[in-house]
Design a protein around this ligand. Structure first.
Ligand code: ZN
Length: 166
């Protein structure tokens, strides 16, 4: 398993719900947590490892032990708005401002099969919105402010050139 980069087709596909939490799901979730920390990221979606299932791992504290695995995550309420700079492990060295809801209420299933409903704000809310977007085939460059879309256009093209060469 490895992180795939833009414009890998898995990044533009909608991931399917996870019906059963089996050995494969547990193993892949563990590998994704490792890849997230190796990449110094605070979130990773299954699409980013070319696995098209609705699972994300997050660690807003960016420290081992603070990681969480969210299966079939869903936002049920969102409010407020904040524009902040984001990055993405599938777009190395690329950053841009994205508008996100400030507060969200969300549900997900844990690896133990428990359904949880929680509230988040600030960075945690932002990470979850960014990662759930991945599960829907939406990448953060699509949501960037017009100015940052323009400012990052060259860097995006460069990623596309590198991808073709691989
Ligand atoms: Zn991302």
């Amino acid at each position: 398993m490895e992180i795939v980069y833009h414009p890998h087709p898995a990044l533009r596909k909608r991931a399917a719900p996870i019906e059963e939490i089996d050995q494969e799901v547990r193993q892949n979730a563990g590998k994704m947590v490792d890849l997230m920390f190796e990449g110094r990221g605070i979130g990773l979606a299954a699409n980013q490892v070319a696995w098209l299932r609705r699972l994300i791992v997050i660690c807003p504290t960016n420290e081992r032990g603070g990681e969480r695995v969210l299966i079939n995550p869903r936002i049920v309420m969102s409010e407020g708005q904040e524009i902040l700079e984001e990055g993405c492990l599938s777009f190395p060295q690329l950053f841009g401002k994205v508008s996100r809801a400030l507060r969200i209420r969300y549900t997900y299933t844990t690896l133990e099969g428990e359904t949880v409903e929680r509230e988040a704000e600030g960075l945690e809310a932002r990470v979850i919105q960014h990662e759930i977007d991945h599960l829907d085939g939406i990448v953060f460059t699509m949501r960037m402010t017009p100015a940052d879309k323009l400012a990052t256009r060259k860097a995006v093209k460069e990623l596309e050139r590198l991808y073709k060469e691989r």
